[in-house]
Design a protein around this ligand. Sequence first.
Ligand code: FES
Ligand code: FES
Length: 152
Amino acid sequence: MIRLNVNGKAVALDVAPDTPLLWALRDTLQLTGTKYGCGQALCGACTVHLDGAPIRSCVTPVSAVAGKKITTVEAVDSGKVGKAVQEAWRKLDVVQCGYCQSGQIMSAVALLSENRKPTDADIDNAMGGNLCRCATYVRIRAAIHEAAKALA
Ligand code: FES
Ligand code: FES
């Protein structure tokens, strides 16, 4: 049994210790907001927070995060930064197909939690590992600036 804290709730999972966190979230806990893209830590679709920092859940075994705090996109609006990011995403209509966007949002929230006034270079740096095949990068960057303004 692996014990985790997911979105503020203690959960005990009866899965093999090497199960990727992504599948524990999606298949066992039915938290399907986190997406599978590449499975190799290359695209960022599976990004969640581990104690507030972004991680790639597709390559993180559940045993590595036992006892730690995981936050997924389903609970991202429980914090002030997450709320501001969601609002900015809606206001600027960032999403195209949407597939990459929960990962994008998790990376954006982690960035703004650390840096309330990111420059374009800071954004490019923090978001570089989140790929978007619809190429919404310009709107993502604008929405991060918009959320930063709302948080100022
Ligand atoms: S699915 Fe995890 S980084 Fe692509
Ligand atoms: S919005 Fe379609 S992949 Fe990013």
